[in-house]
Unconditional design. Structure first.
Length: 155
């Protein structure tokens, strides 16, 4: 049995992106809060570890909210996708699946052709450089042999 592909939902993708951004903001807030507390405690002559309980409470107050939001938004996206699976209209048709596969193959072929063209251009440059070097060597030989003839004529 062929596995059917679920159509991508812009709403679900948006939820995943929002979840990722909230996670990044959580990390930023964690860093910012720890930096603030370190500076605060050092300003008043105490250390972070001596006020660890207070610090943990402050860190959780500042960061946990965004982490919970990120988890909830991610869960909402997963649930939304699971609900969408129940409707057969949300799956790609066979023609759409084949079109997507053809497009992927065309991209691979185009990339390979581009790579081959680049390689042939580089090969042509190398061949051209070799030809120029051979011409220069030939010109030098002719010049050297002409000089030898002139020397013999002078003697």
């Amino acid at each position: 049995m062929e596995k059917k592909l679920l159509k991508k939902s812009k709403f679900a993708v948006t939820l995943y992106v929002i979840s990722g951004l909230l996670t990044l903001y959580t990390v930023y807030m964690l860093y910012s809060t720890i930096t603030y507390l370190t500076n605060y405690f050092s300003q008043y002559g105490t250390s972070f570890m001596s006020n660890f309980g207070t610090a943990i409470g402050y860190i959780l107050t500042q960061c946990l909210v965004y982490l919970v939001y990120a988890i909830l938004v991610f869960a909402a996206a997963k649930i939304y996708n699971e609900v969408r699976k129940a409707n057969p209209d949300n799956y790609l048709t066979e023609a759409e699946s084949k079109a997507i596969l053809r497009a992927k193959e065309a991209k691979k072929i185009a990339k390979a052709e581009k790579k081959a063209a680049k390689a042939s251009v580089e090969e042509a440059k190398v061949t051209e450089e070799k030809a120029e070097a051979a011409e220069e060597a030939e010109v030098k030989e002719e010049t050297a042999s002409e000089e030898e003839l002139e020397e013999e004529c002078e003697k």
